[in-house]
Design a binder for this molecule. Sequence first.
Ligand code: ADP
Ligand code: MG
Length: 699
Amino acid sequence: MNPFLQTPIEYLKGVGPAKAELLKKDLEIFNFHDLIFNFPYRHIDRSRIYKVKEIDASLAYIQLKGTIGNMRTIGEGRASRLVAEFYDGSGVLELVWFQGVKWVKENLKANKTYLIFGKPSEFNGSFNMVHPSLDDLEDLQNKRYLHIMPLYNCSEKMKARGVDSKAIMKMVHAVISDPRFELAENIPTQILTKFNFLNRKDAFLQIHFPENLDKLGKAEHRLKFEELFFIQLRLLRYKMNRTQVVNGIRLEQIGDFFNTFYNSYLPFELTNAQKRVLKEIRADVKRGIQMNRLLQGDVGSGKTVVALMVMLMALDNNYQACMMAPTEILAQQHYQTLVSLLKDMPVKVALLTGSTKTKERRQIAIDLESGDLHILVGTHALIEDKVVFKNLGLAIVDEQHRFGVEQRARLWKKNTYPPHVLVMTATPIPRTLAMTLYGDLDTSIIDELPAGRKPIHTVHRFDASRLQVYGFIQQQITLGRQVYIVYPLIEESEKLTYKSLVDGFESIIKEFPAPKYAVSMVHGKLKPADKDFEMQRFVRGETQIMVATTVIEVGVNVPNASVMIIESAEKFGLSQLHQLRGRVGRGADQSYCILMSGHELSNDARLRLKTMTETTDGFKIAEVDLKLRGPGELEGTAQSGSLDLKIADISEDYVLIEQARNEAKLVLENDINLEKDVNKSLSLYFALYQKNAKWGRIS
Ligand code: ADP
Ligand code: MG
């Protein structure tokens, strides 16, 4: 890296230790390099200078040029403020300061020409501007940021200490206009030429201080491509390495386990989508290359039975299989589902979770090492190093987004050859996001629900209609159905969550009294055994209503439950609403989802609720979710940490994502180790990039 860029930020003129501390803490800016990687969040066009007489109520931020006079303090105590008059020959505008009065008084000069910038507001029929930004015209002459000015994020605390957007702008300018500032190109020439990209140094100059809007667009384009290109290069290199260099387990046989199950035990006809996916997987696992596949399928699409059948393929080839779930409840359900699907087939399945007793644990360890145990189901407990398989051939990871890439990788070490990995997720992932997050995986999609499923009827009701909703619940219970009532997790406070849940529980009990009705309650504070007890009561149909927090979100399967009431639905994200709704509609009955909310709704909340009532298509919902929240906030991706994008936007830049992926592929196909001369600069950069935990923070 250019040594100049490694200079600690406190050595920048005008920064010093106190401001440096703030920059480090609030923006993670430690050196000059970090500073120039701190891109502006937007620019304002200051090339236009307005006249006072042009001001009207419709204008947002504008810039004016003129002189300031008639400064005076008005009002007393807290209401006191400093006012002044601004003249530009076309009229007079009042300027107002409530804060920083001392500085203004001491620094403003009567005969100087200023550029002022701010938002005019109308007051008693005339216009004023509160806290205008002031620039001495002489100071600014010949500086690029006079024209199109970058705006930088800064915290309130930073502003209060004088490190505002403008201060950051000046710092960046100082670094970028220093003759020692250099940035080596990191994209091969042929790609630069092909897409007519700006070179790297120019892109950095223009992203901060664009000459014009066209150049700004070009700079953004190039930097977004760069960011996406290196992500793809990393993922694809990983994938090519896996498929070309590492040997995989060959699952060639289809034998007794699979055939017996398919012919005699499978309780239903597979959907076409399930069949297709099984074929894709089969083709993948028999070629002697490690499979790394993402299996996407909406809630209820029947992923579990597919998983089981793939495990049976492993068993047929004398390998063991394991299945990991993110929670204890889910692991238990999977275990029970597998056991009941396998009935009396000679397949030995065990469950290993955090609450497995030591004695059982020991037995599992023995059976696992001897090979007597065929399938191990469990939670994170499975990937601990002390869990040793005789011959693990396949690992199924359910709801992977809670596992993270790291943990997935630990599975590899469970055998001499890395076992095949099938990752299942019910959170549909839009294509562009999948390409970026799971670009090293192949994808299979179950895009069809088992026949006979009726779409879940979804409505939105305001709290005022609660009585009708209760009436509806009664009706459904009389018909023999069961009901979920879910309360949001209040993130800031476990206490509040618990209180709203208990309040809800009490009013439900009043509405639905014993002995006619029985109500269960499950929440995160319960001991696992108690939670399980309550869940089981509901599963067995002994209680008709399950009041719960989102602990029931993932995977829980009670086919007789046909009503899902979501309280304060406006507080849930779309993917979570979709997951919750997926808890019903699993049996033959018409199912319902009722989204309860107060009357005051933000626009986003309104769109979320509307989307839910309009579609049950998980992919459509995921697209809306991605647009609304951005990828960083999407369920699960936050933890995965691999999407710390600085400039590209997964929900918008899909064309660039495809281009970046194609180009990365071309580069690697010709030179997988990046040894050729044409890839020299790229390879230098890539080595640093790979080493760096925070992608992109290198040069
Ligand atoms: P998910 O994909 O959400 O994990 P599950 O595997 O839990 O879905 O399946 C949901 C329900 O659908 C289960 O009760 C399962 O037995 C049933 N099911 C799965 N495949 C089929 C099929 N082809 N025909 C009918 N029912 C099916
Ligand atoms: Mg499932």
